[in-house]
Write a protein that binds this ligand. Structure first.
Ligand code: SF4
Length: 84
C-alpha cells in the first residue's frame, strides 16, 4: 500500500524538475532560431542607404535580433526593416 505522505515529496521534486526544464526551453529555442548570415544575404556594407544601424532588428553595438553572429552597424541583409 502506498503511503501518500511518503510519495508527496518525491512528486514535488519531479514537478519542480519539469518546471525548470520548461522554463529553460524558450531561451534555448530563441537562441537556435536566429538565421545564418548566408541565409539572409548579409553583407558588411550598406545597400541603397539601408544599413543595420537604421534597422529595427539591430542590437548595438554588433548584434541582431534575427541574424546570428557579429553584425556590423554598416551591414545589411534582406530582413532589413527601417526604424519607425
Ligand atoms: S539589416 Fe539584417 S542583419 Fe542588419 S540589423 Fe537588420 S535584420 Fe539584422
Amino acid at each position: 500500500m502506498i503511503n501518500p505522505t511518503e510519495t508527496a515529496p518525491r512528486r514535488r521534486a519531479v514537478l519542480k524538475a519539469g518546471i525548470a526544464v520548461l522554463a529553460a526551453a524558450p531561451a534555448t529555442a530563441l537562441a537556435q532560431q536566429k538565421l545564418a548570415q548566408s541565409a539572409v544575404q548579409y553583407q558588411t556594407s550598406p545597400k541603397d542607404g539601408q544599413m543595420c544601424s537604421n534597422c529595427v532588428n539591430f542590437i548595438a553595438p554588433n548584434a541582431c535580433k534575427l541574424v546570428d553572429g557579429n553584425i556590423s552597424p554598416n551591414g545589411w541583409c534582406i530582413a532589413y526593416g527601417p526604424k519607425a
